[in-house]
Design a protein around this ligand. Sequence first.
Ligand SMILES: NC(=O)c1ccc[n+]([C@@H]2O[C@H](COP(=O)([O-])OP(=O)(O)OC[C@H]3O[C@@H](n4cnc5c(N)ncnc54)[C@H](OP(=O)(O)O)[C@@H]3O)[C@@H](O)[C@H]2O)c1
Length: 165
Amino acid sequence: MSSPKLLHILVACAENRVIGRDGRMPWRIPEDAAFFHRETAGQTVVMGRVCYETWPQARTDGRHPIVVTHNRELARPGADIATSLPEALAIAEKLPGEIMICGGARLYAETLALPRPMRLHLTLVHAEVPGDTFFPEWRQFPWREISRRESADKNFRYTFFELEK
Ligand SMILES: NC(=O)c1ccc[n+]([C@@H]2O[C@H](COP(=O)([O-])OP(=O)(O)OC[C@H]3O[C@@H](n4cnc5c(N)ncnc54)[C@H](OP(=O)(O)O)[C@@H]3O)[C@@H](O)[C@H]2O)c1
């Protein structure tokens, strides 16, 4: 039996771990949005129901969404439904492409706790941002830094990190 695929986690997170506000992104950072769309194109994207409902491009550019929800009626051609993260990962393992965990908060927390190899693509936004949805504390894990690149726009400074554990 071949070993399970590497899990990729994609997140943009403020210094105070805020990732969302009122069901939306708490900022508009075009460079990060472009990065997210580029990285996820053609891949299997695993996400919670709110993320799916608020991301119109989830089924475009060759993405195959697996939506974690108890609402089976959200199933569409080219989009799978799972009622738990383990069920989503079992489906994703059989599909072509990389497995990209795209949030929200609970899926991030459950994924980070898994005892298997993963790569965190973290855009750390160097600001304290008001919000109601948070990325779990990730710094406690023994990450190995693969790369980092600093950037900025007129509103924010941010760093693209690639971390592995
Ligand atoms: N900054 C970023 O990179 C980033 C990334 C992702 C999301 N966000 C932001 O975060 C917010 C959305 O995230 P969220 O955490 O509020 O919602 P979410 O995870 O997208 O959706 C929550 C719903 O998904 C289902 N669900 C999620 N995890 C589950 C699990 N482990 N097992 C079973 N069901 C599960 C449940 O659906 P049912 O109620 O239908 O059963 C739950 O009510 C938005 O503000 C969004 O913009 C930001």
